[in-house]
Design a protein around this ligand. Structure first.
Ligand code: PLP
Length: 355
């Protein structure tokens, strides 16, 4: 099986697994919120992990652990006394659907290249501006530093969903709130984090025991925290190396699939995301004929959700073009040879469809 779905989730780094195992062992079960010695040892591991995760963000804020990036985004949006939000047309459902919770929200359009204009007008009423760092469907990198600067000048807070960029590119400068997820940076599923700039006040969305400074009640998992921390540290250590590897993979895959049309900007993009289309391609058939390759249909905004892609629609693609699209995602553990082989297989299977 060749795994080409790195935007959906990444493989668990062996280093992250090793860090987790200590807290899954017989003597690693203590509650990190207990005052006794094993509890304090677990709490210390959580704090080490918090420092490691904090290094993904700019200085001057605190890390709140959550169960996912979706939960972090819910806390960021619903936990603030904002009022209407303005969100880009290509945000993940975790932002789009949550922003609608206010009853009134505004959409910021993107260009045909999948990139938002850094000078896009903000509605006066918007108290929160949310624009993602790297899009999950097409990989386009958004001009978040300029947008954050303008949000500040307009008296609004700026939220950045950095799920697809964290540990891969530099953190978004100037944001007030940043959400990330461990399982997109070679860490475990079931844990995310919200970075909150000092001085930004949120109210909890989940009430209970008052953990995480009262912002997110619930017992933390030392194993998940340790795995997240190790994965974050490794990503920062390997950032240049991983990016260089992804460039090599991108060039090789583009070479084989040169007749396919790229969805979204080629330049302003994380090159571990190749979202491509071929007119007339039957993606369902391609998937069933290429079962040894794990990849996504470009037309579905989330695997299995059945919802059509609002991202490809925002680029101006027709419903048919969206249906003719696939997403290949690769990264640290993808080899050039397996990628070339998979791309050749996909292209040959497409040709048997006469496209
Ligand atoms: N935001 C983006 C851009 C994503 O790609 C995802 C996951 O697909 C999420 C948010 C949600 O992350 P999680 O799976 O941690 O809830």
């Amino acid at each position: 099986m060749t795994y080409l779905d790195y935007q959906a989730t990444t493989p668990l780094a062996p280093e992250a697994r090793a860090a987790m195992l200590r807290w899954l062992a017989d003597d690693g079960f203590a509650n990190p919120h207990s005052a006794h010695r094993p509890g304090r040892a677990a709490a210390a591991a959580v704090e080490v992990a918090r420092e490691q995760v904090a290094a993904l963000f700019p200085p001057g804020g605190k890390v709140v652990f959550t169960g996912s990036a979706t939960e972090a985004l819910n806390l960021a949006i619903r936990g603030g006394p904002y009022g209407p939000a303005a969100v880009s047309a290509i945000e993940h459902a975790a932002v789009r659907d949550t922003a609608r919770w206010f009853g009134e929200d505004f959409e910021l359009p993107v260009g045909a290249d999948g990139v938002i204009d850094p000078e896009v007008p903000f509605p006066d009423e918007a108290k929160l501006i949310a624009v993602m760092q790297v899009n999950n469907e097409i990989g386009t990198i958004q001009p978040v530093a300029r947008l954050a600067e303008r949000a500040k000048a307009a008296g609004a807070l700026f939220l950045c969903d950095a799920v697809q960029g964290a540990g891969k590119i530099a953190p978004p400068a100037g944001a007030d709130l940043i959400a990330v997820s461990a399982h997109k940076l070679y860490g475990p599923k079931g844990i995310g984090a919200l970075w909150v700039r000092d001085g930004v006040h949120l109210s909890p969305v989940i009430l209970g025991g008052g953990q995480e400074g009262g912002l997110r009640s619930g017992t933390l998992s030392p194993a998940l925290c340790a795995g997240f921390g190790a994965a974050a540290a490794l990503s920062l250590e390997r950032m240049e190396q991983d990016a260089a590897h992804v460039e090599t993979l991108w060039t090789a895959a583009r070479d084989v699939l040169s007749r396919w049309t790229l969805n979204g900007s080629a330049e302003q993009r994380w090159h571990g995301n190749l979202n491509l289309r071929l007119d007339g391609l039957d993606v369902g058939r391609l998937m069933s004929e290429c079962r040894t390759i794990a990849f996504s249909a470009g037309s579905a905004c989330a695997s299995g959700s059945g919802r059509p892609s609002h991202v490809l629609a925002a680029l101006g693609l027709s419903a048919a073009q969206a249906k003719n699209s696939i997403r290949l995602g690769f990264g640290r553990y993808t080899t050039r040879d397996e990628l070339i082989e998979a791309c050749r297989t996909l292209d040959a299977a497409a040709r048997t469809q006469g496209v």
